[in-house]
Design a protein around this ligand. Structure first.
Ligand SMILES: Cc1ncc(C[n+]2csc(CCOP(=O)(O)OP(=O)(O)O)c2C)c(N)n1
Ligand SMILES: [Mg+2]
Length: 330
């Protein structure tokens, strides 16, 4: 999420979009390096290659708007405004991490920036998004909820029931599918007969649109319309952002069910490189300005790792803290 995306000039806006995409890119690269070196516990599902989707989407949101994310959630959470140091500390399972080491890579949450949580169970965030949308409507808060999910998740029952409920109650939810063409090793064409995930919107009487998920400005444009619609009380939309993950399903999984040619073709459509080139060719930024952004993000990343490394482990007697809500008093 950007500071004030709507009122910034295009130049500032583009610099902010590039900065956020680069934060995600460097965070994922560093996390992968640390994971391969055995420094991070658990699993690591990288969003390398998919950066334009969360940054484009979250640039249309307010701080108090909500997102729900997935097992591949680092990019979504950073795009919504999470701090790199606390993110990295959570991956290191340190006390200073967002969830004090109880969440790890797949379950980061921070209500103060509208991150309701990332979910390791595929499709489980969608009904929660509908519930958050209902809450926003009942409280008349004007908040919008974005539910991020994958192409594979759109075959889960939770996807269908959540969209149906959101549609009949006109809930302020934007369902954003990050279609990276695979669910683990299963290609989308194998588990879905419809051409586009967005085609499924018609079954629920809501708008559905597909967009090039590696084109950040295109993502931003369709999201802005869907967010406006949701905020105006007109109900949910289904967006499909077609993109590609640069790595295997998780770090360490070779991804060799994808042909070399296919991977190379998508590498040429790298969203970070494409946007960098656009900024230069349109004169939105100079090479010096872009290099300065890159140096700053690099420094920020090094500081995040240093913070995580220097942070303490959680104490054993904290293991039960923060797990349950308080007792309900009538
Ligand atoms: C209910 C459930 N079934 C299976 C799994 C194992 N699993 C983890 S990720 C994944 C694939 C999800 O594919 P997609 O929704 O396209 O997301 P992507 O990994 O491509 O981002 C599966 C099957 C799970 N975590 N939860
Ligand atoms: Mg997928």
């Amino acid at each position: 999420m950007l500071t004030d995306a709507v009122s910034t000039t295009d130049r500032q806006l583009h610099a902010e979009l590039y900065t956020k995409m680069l934060q995600i890119r460097l965070f994922e690269q560093k996390a992968a390096e640390l994971f391969r070196a055995g420094r991070l516990p658990g699993f690591l599902h990288s969003s390398l290659g998919q950066e334009a989707v969360p940054v484009g989407v979250c640039s249309c949101l307010r701080t108090d708007d909500y997102i729900i994310s997935t097992h591949r959630g680092h990019g979504d959470i950073i795009a919504k405004g999470a701090k790199l140091d606390r993110m990295m500390a959570e991956l290191f399972a340190k006390k200073t991490g967002y969830c004090h080491a109880k969440g790890g890579s797949m379950h980061i949450a921070d209500f103060s920036i509208g991150v309701l949580g990332a979910m390791g169970i595929v499709g489980s965030g969608l009904p929660i998004a509908a519930g958050a949308g209902l809450s926003a409507r009942v409280r008349r808060s004007g908040q919008v909820v974005v539910a991020f999910f994958g192409d594979g998740a759109s075959n889960q029952g939770t996807f269908h029931e959540a969209i149906n409920l959101a549609s009949i109650w006109d809930l302020p939810v934007v369902f954003v599918c990050q279609n990276n063409l695979y669910a683990m090793s299963t290609p989308k064409r194998y588990n879905m007969k419809v051409e586009r995930v967005s085609d499924r919107a018609v079954a629920y009487g809501i708008p559905g649109q597909s967009v090039d998920g590696n084109d950040i400005l295109a993502v931003r444009k369709v999201t802005a319309a869907a967010v406006d619609r949701a905020r105006a009380g007109k109900g949910p939309s289904l967006l499909e952002c077609v993109t590609y993950r640069h790595t295997g399903h998780f770090i360490g999984e070779p991804g060799d069910y994808r042909s070399k040619g296919e991977v190379e073709e998508w590498m040429l459509k790298d969203p970070v490189h494409l946007f960098r080139s656009s900024m230069l060719s349109h004169g939105w930024a100079t090479e010096d300005h872009i290099r300065a952004i890159e140096t700053n993000v690099q420094r920020e990343m090094e500081a995040a790792v240093a913070f995580a490394e220097a942070s303490p482990e959680p104490e054993l007697d904290e293991a039960g803290e923060g797990l349950f809500a308080g007792v309900w008093e009538e």
